[in-house]
Design a protein around this ligand. Structure first.
Ligand SMILES: *Cc1c(COP(=O)(O)O)cnc(C)c1O
Length: 454
């Protein structure tokens, strides 16, 4: 019997996260204060984050222990399964071997609880009572709602308005786990009220929802803010994915030639990719590592590598990253989780250094790939994940042309059970492609902050 599943025993679960900052050939540029535009210091971040997460953000330790309390919760769905996509390979008639790591089995249905749980844990440990956050498609809000319920923390989620309207089930999940969820822009903050005054029909964006959540948390001593992607500590928490995958590939007797992940803010990609970048940097491996983004929000492939604000209002820290400009208003494509204007500084830095590749794909081909995956492998995938599946299928099809027996590994970031309206739109021919115009990129980039550093 050909094996399709590679499981790990619980005792093989990683007990430490991997921190790529220990191995970067050039250190990351500093993160700047939005007001002074000077490098941020740990105390600047203390109104928003617990000190342990702030120290992880700047740490150069190669491995950081996962707390026992976090491992206990990880255990309810980790280690996740690595699959060999034999039925997909057969349908594609490819000599390539395709593997995927399935992160859809967490309580919230994606990779996001991998960081939501430790973030809730460190906040609880510091005596924090309440968290605020933003959410795009609702996956992050629901993941943090789950994590907060585990530690008895209150949570308020600012949910991008288009998604709030399109995806009521995600709001219901958050409420089921005890969180409060409002559409963003809301009337509850200055940033929200200003946006609604300018345009009462503002559909919202991740950058704007971040402004609201930060503004809510910063002045309150018992409240912190939590971010589900982009930050260094978030990518580090996600490395449990890649660390497990390395062991599972070993059990499969293979090592990947190509590692693929979809990128919004960069966390699931980073989680899978960073341990493989480590192997490339230190163990002489030559794996190609590919980040896949939507053509409608092409921060890596069309954005500029510049210092920019993390949010729309310009109250979040300024980081050097590939950006479409913080005022970027994404078109309402269905992969809501991929609609952020910027990109994780770590992913941006690796791309700038030429250590990873990037590629943009259009919406229709991603759904075509998602359907082929569902009809072979069975899992119905999140529209975000379909970007990774598209790229993996394209690699496998290239192998059919060349006869190469490449080993392809991609991260399957989550299931699409709450995205059936998007599948319905695709199946009934209502979805369209959207290429973000070059002129709009130039327009949005006019608002970049003026910084002395870099
Ligand atoms: C949030 C999300 C993404 C995109 O976020 P990253 O931080 O880039 O990983 C991708 N896939 C799924 C299923 C998500 O929920």
């Amino acid at each position: 019997m050909d094996r399709v599943k590679y499981l790990l025993a619980e005792k093989e679960m990683p007990t430490a996260w991997y921190n790529i900052q220990a191995d970067l050939p050039v250190p990351l540029p500093p993160v700047l204060h939005p007001g002074t535009k000077q490098p941020l210091t740990p105390p600047d971040l203390a109104p928003l984050f617990p000190m342990e997460l702030i120290m992880q953000e700047v740490s150069r330790e190669r491995y950081i222990d996962v707390p026992g309390e976090v491992i206990d919760i990880y255990r309810s769905w980790r280690p996740t399964t690595l699959f060999r996509a034999r039925r997909l390979e057969k349908a594609l008639q490819t000599p390539a071997k395709i593997f995927y790591k399935y992160e859809g089995s967490s309580p919230a249905g994606s990779h996001k609880p991998n960081t939501a749980v430790p973030q809730a844990f460190y906040n609880k440990k510091e005596g924090i009572k309440r968290l605020t956050t933003e959410t795009g498609a609702g996956q992050w809000g629901s993941s943090l709602a789950f994590a907060c319920s585990q530690f008895g923390l209150d949570l308020k989620v600012y949910m991008v308005k288009v998604s709030y309207q399109q995806k009521p089930y995600r709001r219901m999940m958050m409420e089921t786990w005890g969180a409060k969820c409002v559409p963003s822009p809301s009337m509850d903050t200055n940033s929200g009220r200003a946006a609604l005054e300018a345009d009462p029909n503002n559909p919202g964006s991740l950058g704007l929802a971040i402004s609201e959540a930060v503004e809510d948390a910063a002045p309150k001593p018992d409240t912190h803010y939590s971010l589900g992607s982009v930050l260094n500590h978030v990518l580090m928490h996600q490395t449990v994915i890649g660390l497990e995958a390395i062991k599972q590939m070993e059990h499969a007797g293979e090592y990947p030639d190509v590692v693929i992940g979809c990128v919004g803010g960069g966390s699931n990609f980073g989680g899978m990719a960073l341990p493989f970048v480590h192997q490339n940097l230190t163990a002489g491996k030559k794996t190609r590592i590919v980040a896949v983004e939507p053509s409608s929000c092409p921060s890596l492939t069309k954005g500029l590598y510049e210092f920019d604000y993390g949010d729309v209002a310009g109250i979040a820290p300024i980081a050097k990253m590939y950006t479409l400009g913080h005022k970027f208003m994404p078109p309402p494509v269905h992969a809501g989780g991929l609609r952020y204007h910027g990109m994780a500084p770590i992913v941006s830095h690796l791309y700038k250094l030429g250590l990873i590749e990037a590629k943009a794909v259009n919406q229709l081909p991603t759904f075509e790939a998602g359907l082929q995956f569902a009809r072979t492998e069975g899992f119905i995938s999140a529209p975000e994940t379909n970007h990774a599946i598209r790229a993996a299928i394209d690699e496998a099809l290239k192998c059919r042309e060349t006869g190469e027996k490449k080993v392809i590994l991609f991260n399957h970031s989550g299931h699409g059970h709450f995205d059936m309206a998007a599948y319905d739109a695709y199946l009934s021919g209502k979805l369209t492609d959207y290429e973000y115009p070059e002129s709009l990129v130039r327009e949005a980039l006019k608002d970049l902050p003026r910084c002395i550093v870099g």
